[in-house]
Ligand binder design. Structure first.
Ligand code: ASP
Length: 478
């Protein structure tokens, strides 16, 4: 009898990990720290444990990085493994026009695990689809940066901060910062309250806000009864005080005491200038004056780094500043993640928790490559001409509070501007279409491959599909 192969897990989103798996990663990371502390050596210059001596990590970086790449490589070296690196797309075959899909298929044969960073949202998920080895997302566009969140949570844990009752202010570019997107999902899942302090025009993206409320049981609760000076109602995301199992739209039990609670941590982010066309915009600065407000008296100050001007250097000696410690945890946390994904711990393997965080079971619709509606996020990897032969336009069909909508499987943004009634699903065999999306959720699975989604009935008609009435009891599109 052949032995079952351990499962290949990819960590693309923080939601690919259950809360329990995150705890497992922290226990393992803590073990690496303890092991070294026993030897009275700072863990930053620790010796290798030899655990990964037969493995190679490939870093595939298409965007600048200091901490993520070097801490992954340091982590692998400290585990006794080896590393290979492609850190400059200008000198790799990307410059010749090679697709990510092809690159990753090749690298899968050179390494046992890959960490990727890419400027396009959803690139890591596409890479994972074409990889034969575990892929870790080291930051993909403005989408997510799950391992940064692991470092952030581990840092808070090291300060004995209990996530369930924490109140965390998040400041700056909440739209363009991928670190924020992974972080807010985790905070909500662990039951923390989120206090958004966005720079003007840089609020959380609509799809992130929607997921917090619809999937993670967060509720917007106004901080004050009056709107702020900007006219905006300042509100907190307060998470339900209940066991965190997903059930859509359950009314959570809110602990209103949180409104009076002081801030436990301020998470500062820089202006993500590489993701904005307008480079000169008003931006909040976190300094001693800002932190002088009584509600920040015990607030830890965090930053994923690099900082530019948004976090005053004079705070470095403030007892509340923990950002360098946060960066230093990159090594043990990534040692833990690599060794778990490679199944190097006898009892603690991530493959035992195959499903990731319990996501609602949305129907998935994969259109044949080159057909139907495309993701409307222009920075999505599926909109990259180099990937056009490899990236199908795939969507989850979500029954949201405002009706059915589509979520791109790769960049996870919603097709926002198209209201439900305007979608149309065409049947490529019968050359007919039905308005709306219900054909996707009602038709038998074997018929789905014949369907293409159009943005509107007019578009379906222009593509040669004829309208078809959806009479009662009829479940087939077209
Ligand atoms: N280093 C983090 C990232 O790659 C934060 C940042 O660049 O602002 O997303």
């Amino acid at each position: 009898m052949t032995k079952a192969q351990p499962l290949t897990r990819h960590i693309i989103s923080i939601n690919d990990l259950t809360n329990k798996e995150i705890e497992t990663i922290f226990e393992v990371a803590q073990g690496f720290l303890k092991e070294l502390a026993d030897e009275h050596i700072p863990y930053r210059i620790a010796r290798s444990s030899g655990l990964a001596s037969k493995s190679i990590l490939a870093s595939l970086f298409y965007e600048p990085s200091t901490r993520t790449r070097l801490s992954f490589e340091s982590a692998m070296l400290r585990l006794g493994g080896a590393t290979i690196t492609s850190a400059d797309p200008a000198v790799s075959s990307a410059a010749k026009g090679e697709s990510l899909a092809d690159t990753i298929r090749v690298i899968s044969n050179y390494a046992d695990i890959v960490v990727i960073r890419h400027p396009r949202d959803g690139a890591a998920r596409l890479a994972a689809e074409y990889a034969q080895v575990p892929v870790i997302n080291g930051g993909d566009g403005a989408h997510e940066h799950p391992t940064q969140t692991l470092c952030d949570l581990f840092t808070l844990r090291s300060k004995n901060k209990n996530l369930r009752n924490m109140k965390v202010a998040i400041s700056g570019d909440l739209k363009g910062s991928r670190t924020i997107h992974s972080f807010v999902y985790a905070l909500a899942r662990f039951g923390a309250t989120i206090d958004p302090l966005p720079a003007p025009g840089m609020e959380l993206p609509a799809h992130v806000d929607r997921r917090l409320r619809e999937e993670f049981h967060s509720r917007m609760v106004s901080k004050d009864s009056a709107p702020s000076e900007s006219g905006r109602i300042d509100a907190l995301y307060v998470t339900a005080d209940q066991p965190h199992q997903l059930s859509l739209y359950a009314e959570p039990e809110i602990d209103y005491g949180v409104l009076q609670k002081k801030i436990d941590a301020v998470y500062v982010t820089r202006f993500q200038k590489e993701r904005w066309t307008e480079k000169d915009r008003p931006y909040p600065k976190i300094d001693a004056k800002f932190l002088g407000e009584p509600k920040y008296a015990e607030a830890s100050v965090m930053h994923p780094l690099p900082r530019v001007n948004e976090l005053d250097a004079s705070l470095d000696s403030d007892r509340r500043a923990i950002y360098f410690q946060q960066a230093s945890y990159g090594v043990p946390v990534r040692m833990a993640l690599i060794s778990l994904l490679l199944h190097l711990h006898k009892n603690n393997s991530l493959h035992k928790f195959a499903g990731g965080f319990a996501k609602p079971n949305y129907p998935l619709y994969a259109q044949p490559i080159g057909t139907g509606i495309a993701c409307t996020n222009p920075n999505c990897i599926t909109c990259d001409p180099a990937e056009s032969q490899y990236a199908a336009h795939k969507f989850y069909v979500i029954d949201g509070q405002a009706g059915q909508r589509l979520r791109c499987v790769y960049c996870e943004s919603d097709i926002d501007e198209v209201v439900t009634a305007r979608f149309a699903v065409g049947d490529t065999v019968r050359k007919t279409f039905l308005p709306g999306l219900s054909a996707l959720t009602r038709a038998p699975a074997e018929r789905l491959r014949h369907f293409v989604i159009h943005r509107s009935e007019a578009e379906a008609a222009a593509a040669g599909f004829a309208p078809r009435e959806s009479g009662a009891g009829k479940v087939r599109a077209g």
